[in-house]
Design a protein around this ligand. Structure first.
Ligand code: NAP
Length: 300
């Protein structure tokens, strides 16, 4: 299967990065874009993100071999319904949503006669909107593709090849397993960051200006994650509720273990725990998934 024409629906951080990466790495592929927001469509035109920006979702997908829905998880069903009348019979429909089981169900329901192969590029920043995207976002990052059992092999291979052409590494996974893995590696860390930043800003004994002034002690690293898009993350927690709650339960138990160790003065317990976590950080750097420079490579 050849992908000669891609349509990206939703031109925010991820959608605009896909459009930019296709233009940079696959110049012969035609890119059409659409966004529900007229303002975003105008920004996309000004930024020359795509060959064409369509005002109408169904018109945007006409002739497309691959359609990627890059809208918040809670808007996937709306976006799928809106493109349905314009799709080619053999088009592949995919998405980039941060949770997969609920999105897979919504897309299958909205597009029962089409080839739907959900996916999730595990790459992003705390910024949103079309100006925030960049062509190298997916380079060296993983894209998890979650085909259902009925997905044709050649379509899965075409989608895999597309993400590899954007510089990503691809893993195939069951949607439910994806949701559990991402609950641990992404959703719980975001929930913790949202909690810490919210709690610190509401303390009575310590003023907000003190929290901001002394944030280099660790707090500011949480604020990057806690600055992530509120709509996107609202939808992620609602969509991946079960896996997040299961992971949160485990986290609460572990937090209690550390709380006890501190209360009991159990130095060995604390040191063992922190030694193990330091090794995990080193493994992430060894895998090329973060900057080895001290302080996340920040320039001071
Ligand atoms: P974003 O920057 O907020 O962009 C989303 C865009 O989609 C907005 O311009 C939005 O317009 C538009 N939109 C909403 N509903 C639409 C619809 N029905 N039809 C067409 N356009 C619609 O969000 P993002 O960060 O790119 O996230 C997009 C998707 O990528 C989400 O599913 C998210 O879970 C996933 N993802 C995000 C990251 C990340 O780090 N940000 C990483 C991996 C995957 P309005 O603003 O007017 O609603």
């Amino acid at each position: 299967m050849t992908i000669a024409h891609v349509t990206v629906v939703g031109l925010g951080l991820i959608g605009s990065s896909i459009a930019r990466a296709v233009k940079a790495r696959m110049p012969s592929v035609v890119v059409t874009g659409h966004d529900a927001s007229p303002d975003v469509r105008q920004q996309a035109r000004d930024l020359r993100l795509c060959d064409t920006i369509a005002d109408d979702a169904a018109a945007a997908v006409a002739g497309a071999d691959l359609v990627i829905l890059a809208v918040p998880v809670g808007r996937m069903a709306d976006a799928a319904n809106a493109i349905a009348p314009g799709l080619k019979a053999d088009a592949i429909i995919s998405d980039v949503g941060s949770s997969k089981s609920s999105v897979a169900d919504a897309l299958a329901k909205a597009l029962p006669d089409h080839v739907v192969i959900p996916a999730h590029p595990v790459a992003g920043t705390e910024n949103s909107g079309p100006a925030a995207g960049f062509a190298t976002l997916f380079e060296g990052r993983w894209c998890i593709v979650t085909p259902g059992v009925e997905a044709p092999e050649d379509a899965v291979a075409a989608l895999t090849g597309f993400w590899e052409a954007l510089g990503a590494k691809v893993d195939l996974m069951d949607a439910a397993h994806h949701d559990m893995v991402l609950a641990v590696t992404s959703h719980l860390p975001h929930l913790i960051a949202y909690t810490i930043v919210g709690t610190a800003s509401e303390l009575e004994e310590v003023t907000e200006s003190e929290v901001i002034k002394y944030s280099a002690g660790g707090f500011r690293d949480f604020t990057r994650i806690a600055a992530s898009d509120p709509v996107m993350w609202r939808d992620v927690f609602l969509a991946n509720r079960d896996a997040v709650l299961a992971t949160l339960q485990r986290f609460n138990e572990d937090l209690t273990v550390l709380q006890q160790a501190i209360r009991r003065g159990d130095a060995d317990k604390l040191e063992d725990w922190f030694t193990r976590t330091r090794a995990i950080r080193r493994s992430i750097i060894a895998e090329g998934q973060d900057d080895p420079a001290p302080d996340f490579g920040r320039k001071h």
